[in-house]
Write a protein that binds this ligand. Structure first.
Ligand code: SF4
Length: 330
């Protein structure tokens, strides 16, 4: 059984300017130990998808349709009290800014011990030992001593590691990581990516890694789902998406990564860019939302939005005129 199954999720914001369909019919599933990269530009709906799973969408937004099944249980039917127990225990979230997790005026040990004891009846000593173990796991040196420090005594990268350690504290079945390495330098970012991937494999934790950067999930995710304007426009194994993108938007994202594989910019060549801006979600164009920016757009695309077409057991695409698969006749 999948750890998480999202079926036709719709999260809408009912604003004065109109209904913003931030998430519009998103479906995916995730098994234990699996890493899903949820990729797209700002405003594509990926973070709102994460918040919807945790039921953290505030008015004027709300889940307007679809189902979210966690370990087979429909999260919409879970009472708020039980949902609070689920958050941080079975489903954890890592935010882009670790200070969304950390309280600046409390020592790390106070915060981590509280995070353990909020979900389990264990002694302070046992909770502290578990906290030190979690810090060691994410590569913080001298974890027992560092527990007594305040958040401002850590560097940005180390603070993010502490936030990840807190997410791991209660052995969650699912972690939703919302651009947790975006603000970090590349070296720290790759260290954290490698560590988190190792931890997910080791503990069997399913992981959703939300990012705007396909390069980040290239070495991390088992599967990738590319979002545009609230919808998944292409999904499949990382290998398939990275080596044979079929959707023009995915191809555009890949083309903007320096020296990334065949067909992409090599040293000395200009990077490709996707023309135009992400659409105004309150006023999406008719038909395919990507049409105003798509080099392949035709009348058909402007007339009707494409449906999701399965391309195999684990590959799907939403495009009227997809790119040819490598090796296929043009
Ligand atoms: Fe481009 Fe048409 Fe495909 Fe949309 S449906 S991505 S406009 S080719």
């Amino acid at each position: 059984m999948s750890v998480l199954r999202v079926e036709a999720l719709q999260t809408h914001f009912f604003t004065d300017a109109g209904v913003v369909k931030a998430v519009d019919g998103v479906s995916f599933s995730l098994d234990a130990g699996e890493v899903l990269g949820l990729v797209g530009e700002s405003g594509s709906g990926k973070s709102v998808t994460g918040f919807s799973i945790l039921r953290l969408v505030d008015p004027p937004g709300r889940v307007a349709g679809g189902r979210i099944l966690f370990q087979g249980e429909d999260l919409a039917a879970v009472p708020e009290r039980a949902m609070r127990r689920l958050r941080g225990k079975k489903i954890a979230m890592i935010f882009q800014d670790p200070m969304m997790t950390l309280n600046p005026v409390l020592r790390i040990d106070t915060q981590m011990i509280e995070a353990v004891r909020a979900h389990e009846r264990v002694s302070v000593k046992a909770a502290r030992a578990r906290a030190a173990q979690a810090l060691a796991r994410v590569g913080i040196p001298s974890p027992s001593e560092r527990l007594s420090a305040y958040p401002h005594q850590f560097s940005g990268g180390m603070r993010q590691r502490v936030a990840i350690a807190i997410a791991l504290l209660n052995g969650p079945e699912l972690i939703i990581a919302d651009e947790p390495t975006t603000a970090l330098d590349v070296t720290i970012q790759s260290q954290i990516l490698a560590e988190v991937q190792g931890l997910a494999r080791e503990t069997g934790t399913a992981l959703i890694w939300i990012t705007h950067d396909l390069a980040v999930v290239a070495g991390l995710a088992d599967r990738i789902a590319v979002m545009y304007a609230g919808r998944i426009v292409e999904s499949g194994s990382s290998k398939a998406i990275l080596t044979q993108p079929r959707h023009p938007y995915t191809a555009g994202l890949l083309g903007s990564i320096p020296g990334h594989g065949s067909g992409r910019a090599r040293r000395g060549e200009p990077l490709t860019q996707i023309p135009g801006m992400a659409p105004n979600m309150a006023h999406l164009p008719p038909g395919c939302a990507f049409a105003p920016r798509c080099p392949r757009a035709a009348d058909l695309c402007r007339a009707a939005a494409p449906d999701t077409t399965p391309l195999g057991p684990d590959r799907a695409l939403r495009c009227h005129l997809p790119l040819e698969a490598a090796g296929a006749a043009a």
